[in-house]
Design a protein around this ligand. Structure first.
Ligand code: ATP
Length: 562
């Protein structure tokens, strides 16, 4: 066979050669094609086929009339999958047509210059374009948020990406197209166009995942705040600078620290900072809400239990909080609310670290650093005997007083700035500014709920504010709910008034109402702090949110209540 790479052959009705050129001058090839032509009555001549048994693989296009057949022959070095596909699937053309017109998966094709060359009908209709409209124009001008031009530049495929187009979220894959010399000749974008139901499901799934990502972002930023130590304590006022100095001094010492201050002043933040600045920072800080400890479970919660210690116990047994805090820190939050009988039970462990798991005689020891916090007035509690003096001495080798926000208004600008940045990062929106007059307004308030309250007001103001700068009016609107925290437009303070059960109420209705009253009462006492409320009630936060959603669903319209 000659070294040509292409040729043409024309055969007459009897298989005789009427014309041959190039690679088709080869007699073996002519005999082969003639045999196929003569056998057409039993095996129809394919319009495209591959000959592999000759010196080199050949692709053959055939066209036949009654009296003659014409063959175009191409040689190639390696088996080309396209030819192989076209030759072996006789509905290959239909498959290609299906791909370029599929209603479920649209395609857009651009050339190496990023000019739109093809757009599936379904995508064209989605963009409300007329047939051929948009073709010949740079793809960026036609398709919203496209990255086909970027794929042309990078040569890297982007698979399964999310793209917003005309207010809809679509899943797209973008792939560069290479020729046989590996040069980028264009790019193709595939867009999933599922049936409406499937699309709805997918878009619901995407928004669910987005919410989940946001939730983890928030958790992460709270963890980051906790792990940042002193940096998490925003403020440079005199009282806060003194507090930071005290933290630096006492953090490395293994002495018990008691943090005192009103609700929302940052006791939790300071406890984390002390732990992070201590030599125990690479070990866990175990947090116990002392107010939420059920007396019946306190021993198993704190000391742990052995296998089979009681009905319902974990079969393998479980370490308690003291054991979990070994080598780390134990943070007893709300310690002023710890019942007297629990204080007695903990005295010895706080003194020397020893304890026994429930159901075991074995003496164990835990080496933890104790940090406690409370917003209660210990003088009066010690005076009236509602807190044990010996217990108080164990927990308060060092006492730090955290200043209320009203004593350090000069910290408010920095706190506001941090809260606005944090809000913007969590919700993926630009950071809002605040007008100087609005800041002065914030500095003039008394903030009974301290930094937590300031944070809530700022976040609400950021939501209400439609411009780029938060004004005094936005603060007013956000602050209207201060003191009686809003729950989905319903004032908790009003809801919290117990509703007397009617004589027709069923047992379930009555217990439901009792539960609602209890939840709302504790929520109000905790100034709207849901985390604390869940802990106080010993229920999970998700259950609390569920109940709150049900409660607000049952409530009368806000207009009737205000
Ligand atoms: N100095 C601070 N800088 C930045 N954020 C702070 C600061 N102090 C407190 N916060 C924030 O204020 C909120 C309340 O703080 P925290 O929970 O530490 O208060 P608390 O005194 O423990 O309140 P409670 O007594 O009600 O438990 C948290 O969101 C916390 O991140």
């Amino acid at each position: 066979m000659k070294n040509d790479t292409r040729g043409a052959l024309v055969l007459d009705a009897e298989g005789g050669v009427r014309f041959a050129s190039g690679i088709a001058s080869d007699t073996r090839l002519q005999r082969d094609l003639s045999r196929r032509w003569m056998a057409r009555a039993v095996r129809p001549l394919a319009s495209l086929f591959i000959l592999e048994h000759l010196d080199q693989p050949l692709s053959v296009f055939s066209a036949s009339e009654e009296g003659c057949a014409c063959f175009l022959v191409f040689g190639h070095d390696a088996m080309d999958p396209l030819f192989k596909f076209m030759a072996s699937v006789d509905f290959a053309g239909d498959i290609l047509r299906h791909f370029i017109t599929s209603p479920y998966e649209a395609i857009n094709v651009v050339d190496a210059q990023g000019i739109l060359r093809y757009m599936s009908p379904v995508h064209r209709q989605f963009f409300k374009l007329l047939p051929d409209q948009g073709l010949g124009r740079p793809v960026k001008e036609v398709i919203e948020n496209t990255r086909l031009d970027a794929v042309l530049r990078s040569g890297k495929a982007e698979i399964g990406q999310v793209q917003e187009m005309r207010g809809t979220t679509r899943v797209v894959s973008r792939t560069p197209i290479l020729d046989r010399q590996n040069r980028i000749v264009g790019a193709i974008g595939q867009v999933m166009f599922k049936s409406p139901d499937a699309m709805q499901e997918m878009s619901a799934e995407i928004s669910r995942l987005r919410k989940e990502v946001n939730f983890y972002r928030r958790e992460l930023s709270s963890l980051e705040r906790q792990s940042r130590g002193l940096d998490a304590i925003i403020g440079n006022s005199g009282p806060v600078s003194r507090l930071k100095e005290q933290i630096i001094r006492i953090a490395p010492l293994d002495v018990p620290v008691l943090l005192l201050g009103e609700s929302g002043v940052g006791k939790d933040v300071v406890a984390h900072a002390i732990h992070m600045l201590s030599p125990r920072s690479n070990q866990p800080m175990v947090v116990v809400n002392s107010a939420a400890l059920p007396v019946s479970l306190v021993e198993s919660e704190l000391f742990g239990y052995e296998s089979g210690a009681f009905t319902g116990a974990d079969r393998k047994g479980r370490p308690g909080k003291f054991e979990q805090a070994d080598q780390g820190s134990l943070f007893l939050d709300e310690i002023g609310d710890m019942p007297l009988d629990i204080q007695v039970k903990l005295l010895r462990t706080l003194q020397d670290g020893t304890f026994q798991r429930v159901g075991s005689e074995r003496q164990r020891r835990s080496n933890f650093r104790l940090i406690s916090a409370s917003n209660r007035d210990f003088n009066s509690m010690l005076g009236n005997g509602s807190f044990r003096l010996d217990f108080f001495y164990r927990i308060s080798a060092v006492t730090l007083h955290l200043p209320p926000l009203r004593d350090r208004p000069e910290d408010i600008p920095a706190l506001v700035e941090a809260f606005l940045k944090n809000f913007a990062a969590r919700h993926g929106v630009p950071v809002k500014d605040i007008q100087p007059a609005a800041l002065r307004q914030l500095q003039s308030l008394s903030w009974p709920g301290n930094i937590r309250e300031l944070q809530h007001v700022i976040e609400r103001a950021a939501i209400f504010c439609t411009g780029e700068e938060i004004s005094g009016a936005d603060i007013e609107t956000a602050g209207e709910t201060r003191g009686s925290y809003h729950l989905d437009s319903v004032r908790i303070s009003e809801l919290a008034a117990p509703v007397p059960p009617s004589s027709h109420s069923s047992m379930k209705e009555v217990t439901d109402q009792v539960e609602i009253d209890l939840i709302l009462g504790v929520l109000q006492r905790n100034h709207g702090n849901k985390k604390k409320t869940a802990e106080t009630l010993g229920i999970s936060r998700s259950y609390l949110y569920k109940r709150l959603a049900e409660i607000s669903g049952k409530s009368p319209a806000p207009a009737q209540r205000t």
